[in-house]
Design a protein around this ligand. Structure first.
Ligand SMILES: *Cc1c(COP(=O)(O)O)cnc(C)c1O
Length: 418
């Protein structure tokens, strides 16, 4: 459920007409709904409530906006971060250091040190050497770093290749067959409190079976490590639950996911960590855009909008589908291609899509843009950095300003020899 609905024929975000936001802030603009973020956080927490001791850490990379993170912190979520920059954002948004997990396949020494300095709750190790470096850094500070080993279970998540992370050929985690020996070696590091294992097999998963298969492998590894004498108190089950992007699409619900987890992990006797990203933020945001032209095309007309691949990269990156809905649907429909102004054929949001009839000057939204949307934005083609707005009931605020091309150019410098 979300809070993006047409009222009296006009699209509203909670109690605010999206037309009012377009008027005040201009387009393109991302709009998030606080009530939807809070609801999704609550639904997820309820879904995993039956799985014993656990902690939920929002995957910051899905939506790192500070105001969004503050909403989720207030809703009781911690953070899963993959860079020093994301860690700083989670802390700035008010998340407790102990509620932050530091993931990421290439943490630098400086990032590891910053994590130790901040008192981060858990480091997810990706490489044996990372354990040694972290252990040495921690020992030098008189600390023991809480850490788990991320394993790659070699399970096909059945998702898009570019967001699949749990196959042997992917760069993530250490091979599950190498894990016991590596765990033995790293458990002897005096600066490490090596206390568990982590897994994350991919994103936008449309089926629970690959998740269940990977968790069963983790359960076997857990038993093997305990048999070898290791005290395992924590298992991180990652994120990856998908969200419906297409009208009528059905995916496994958080409740079904939670029931599966409770069933698979009932004898584990550990603290579980969850790292949901998309399922919290995806349907809590839209990208509002204005139609520049409707241009005749060979098969279908091209609806050229003022949002582009630099604002919302997912269609160009993953052939992703984002539903396109008019601000004031007339009830009539047309078949069209939808594209942005960027000079790349990849800057196409939809081909031969049946949509509400729109004309030059009309407003519309791309739905389900709250995750992996604004955070992937660039300023390609010297376009502005897209702004973000948060709605709360009948009020709204710009929570990330539009950065105009002039401001971006102002950060460039001309060498004095030119
Ligand atoms: C990206 C990522 C997540 C979140 O994935 P979603 O599909 O957005 O839930 C969780 N954990 C790790 C380690 C990640 O890289």
């Amino acid at each position: 459920m979300d809070h993006f609905e047409h009222r009296d024929g006009v699209l509203h975000v909670e109690g605010v007409s999206a037309e009012v936001i377009a008027e005040a802030v201009g387009t393109p603009v991302y709009i998030y709904s606080r009530a939807t973020l809070e609801r999704h956080a609550q639904v997820f927490r309820d879904a995993v409530a039956g799985s014993g001791r656990h902690h939920v850490a929002f995957a910051v990379k899905a939506n790192p906006n500070l105001a969004v993170l503050r909403v989720l912190a207030k809703a009781g979520l911690g953070a899963d971060v993959v860079s020093g920059g994301e860690m700083a954002r989670a802390l700035a948004a008010g998340m407790a250091p102990a509620d932050i997990v530091f993931s990421g396949v290439g943490k630098t020494d400086a990032e590891l040190a910053a994590g130790l300095e901040a008192g981060i709750g858990q480091f997810n190790l990706e490489v044996e050497e990372e354990g040694r470096v972290l252990g040495a850094l921690a020992a030098a500070r008189g600390q023991r770093a809480p850490a788990v080993l991320r394993v790659n279970p070699d399970v096909d998540a059945g998702t898009h290749a570019k967001i699949s992370t749990g196959r042997a050929e992917n760069k993530f985690g250490i091979a599950i067959s190498d894990a016991p020996a590596m765990f033995d070696r790293l458990a002897r590091e005096p600066g490490l409190d090596l206390r568990g294992i982590a897994v994350h097999i991919g994103s936008q998963l449309g089926d629970l079976a690959p998740l269940e298969a990977s968790y069963r492998r983790i359960g076997q590894l857990l038993a093997d490590l305990r048999a070898a004498g290791h005290a395992i108190s924590h298992v991180d089950l990652g994120g990856g639950l998908g969200v419906p992007y297409r009208p009528g699409e059905t995916l496994p619900t958080p409740a079904e996911f939670g029931a599966m987890v409770a069933r698979v992990t009932q004898d584990w006797d550990v603290t579980l960590m969850f790292e949901p990203g998309r399922v919290i933020a995806g349907n809590a945001g839209v990208l509002l855009t204005r139609v520049i032209w409707v241009k005749p095309g060979e098969g279908h007309p091209w609806v050229i909008v003022d949002a582009a691949m630099n604002d919302l990269a997912r269609p160009a990156l993953y052939d992703a589908y984002h539903d396109f809905v008019a601000m004031r649907p007339s009830g009539t429909r047309m078949t069209a291609n939808i594209a942005g102004p960027v000079c790349e054929s990849g800057d196409t949001f939809a081909k031969a899509r049946e949509i509400d009839v729109v004309a030059r000057g009309d407003l519309a939204v791309f739905r389900t843009a709250g995750a992996y949307g604004a955070t992937m934005a660039s300023t390609y083609n010297s376009r502005a950095k897209v702004p973000e707005v948060l709605v709360d009931g009948t009020r709204f605020a710009v929570v990330s300003e539009r950065i105009e091309p002039q401001a971006i150019a102002a950060a460039e410098a001309m060498p004095d020899w030119l």
